[in-house]
Design a binder for this molecule. Structure first.
Ligand code: NDP
Ligand code: MG
Length: 404
């Protein structure tokens, strides 16, 4: 059987470990392909990465611990005879572009995932993209790179792992159906659903006093800490609006957000004839991860079916933009593009870190991003170097605001 070599970047995270589950599952049920973990990365979680690598009959050829101290620790304790152990951000780029690798799962959190994701695209891989921050920071560069790659005959592609974008991708159907020849009906709106997070019904006052513990308590999804806080502020949905803008090359005006507390409708597409297609499934990331790996094939998935023996409530509500100002910010960034995404993303990463350390209030996070956006010198067509400079600048700005 042909083998699919997969590199999982961020294997020790919430998406990473779910991906490892999916690989084991696919290897059991796929009758036409063998699924192989060729490389895996973690940052500091030495023990978990060792356990995950040890689960495979054929352990990964390369392991990266991007944190150098952790790499030394891993190497000292490793019993994996044929595995190379590397460290540093360059090593992530190396495994993302290794010629043996077919699919790269980009599941590092935050801007730290940017270079390796870009490298995977530039090396012609299929990228299963969880790391939405790459598109938020450098969406136009990703788009330009993909179109250059396509014109030089490369098969590089970015497929969504984010459940909303996977839903939209599924509703749009095959590329042929989505991209509308003259007689087909085009998509008119992409409608992203949002659970509303733990503070869906909270007052501004309650949010001001919210502790990290409360904010980390997501009602429907079990995810890493950064995206869980992003869901509580709804910055996650803002980042997803920007992600959708670049992934589907659609203007911000054609994107909408609705609150859907049950997290069963993962998103919808409204077509020009008024028809709305929705994708539904239980809230479990293994489905969108698997679809990004096997697309265009749909294989049986380990996720349980929706329980239809009880009454079903599927609620859709408008977002309260006053309590959740992040959303407006997201639409603005999606509209203007340029350097805005890099600045807002960096300010958000920094502010979320400060909130989790107990140094700022929950309700300081979004205003910190807004201030960074407004104080930066906007450029419509920045280089990667400029985007990374602004990333550092925005982080420093946020720290400066809150230095006591
Ligand atoms: P986690 O925090 O659970 O995992 C993050 C991963 O990135 C870990 O493997 C971690 O390593 C690694 N990492 C952390 N910092 C660095 C760094 N500086 N350099 C290299 N690697 C690093 O995050 P999630 O899995 O929740 O999220 C990952 C991405 O997927 C995010 O972009 C998120 O927005 C997106 N996403 C997540 C969803 C979810 O359900 N969790 C849903 C949709 C999108 P270690 O732990 O070893 O230190
Ligand atoms: Mg999502």
């Amino acid at each position: 059987l042909p083998t699919v070599n997969v590199a999982v970047l961020g294997a020790t995270g919430s998406i990473g470990t779910a991906t490892i589950d999916v690989l084991h599952h696919l290897d059991r049920i796929d009758e036409t392909k063998t699924w192989n973990l060729w490389a895996a990365s973690g940052h500091r979680n030495v023990q978990l990465l060792g356990e995950l690598a040890g689960q495979f009959k054929c352990p990964p050829h390369q392991i990266v611990l991007s944190d150098p101290k952790s790499a030394t620790e891993f190497a000292a304790g490793s019993t994996l005879a044929n595995t190379q152990i590397k460290t540093g951000a360059e090593a992530l780029v190396e495994i993302a572009s290794a010629p043996e690798v077919d699919v790269v799962v980009a599941a590092i959190v935050g801007r730290a995932g940017l270079e390796s994701t870009l490298a995977a695209i530039e090396s012609g891989k299929r990228v299963a993209l969880a790391n939405k921050e790459t598109l938020v920071v450098a969406g136009s560069l990703v788009q330009a790179t993909l179109s250059n790659m396509a014109s030089s005959g490369s098969r590089a592609e970015v497929l969504p792992v984010d459940s909303e974008h996977s839903a939209i991708f599924q509703c749009l159907g095959d590329k042929e159906r989505g991209s509308a020849s003259e007689n087909t009906c085009k998509p008119r709106k992409l409608i992203l659903t949002a659970s509303g997070g733990p503070f869906r019904n909270a007052s501004i006052r309650q949010m001001q006093d919210a502790t990290p513990e409360l904010a980390l308590n997501h009602p429907t999804w079990d995810m890493g800490p950064k995206i869980t806080i992003d869901s509580a502020t709804m910055m996650n949905k803002a980042l997803e609006v920007i992600e959708a803008r670049w992934l589907f090359d659609i203007p911000a005006e054609s994107i909408e957000v609705v609150v859907h507390p049950q997290s069963i409708i993962h998103s919808m597409v409204e077509f020009e004839d008024g028809s709305v297609m929705a994708q539904m499934s239980p809230p479990d990331m293994r489905l969108p991860i698997q679809y990004a790996l096997t697309y265009p094939r749909r294989l049986a998935c380990e996720t349980p079916a929706l329980d239809r023996t009880r009454q079903w409530d599927l609620t859709l509500q408008p977002v309260d933009r006053e309590r959740f100002p992040a959303l407006e910010l997201g639409f603005e960034v999606a509209r203007v593009g340029g350097t805005a995404g890099s600045v807002v993303n960096a300010a958000n990463e920094e502010a979320v870190g400060l909130f989790l350390e107990g140094k700022i209030r929950f309700t300081d996070i979004v205003p910190a991003c807004r201030r960074a956006l407004e104080h930066h010198h906007f450029e419509p067509q920045p280089s990667l170097t400029r985007l990374l400079e602004l990333d550092r600048w925005a982080r420093a700005e946020v720290r400066k605001q809150y230095a006591t």
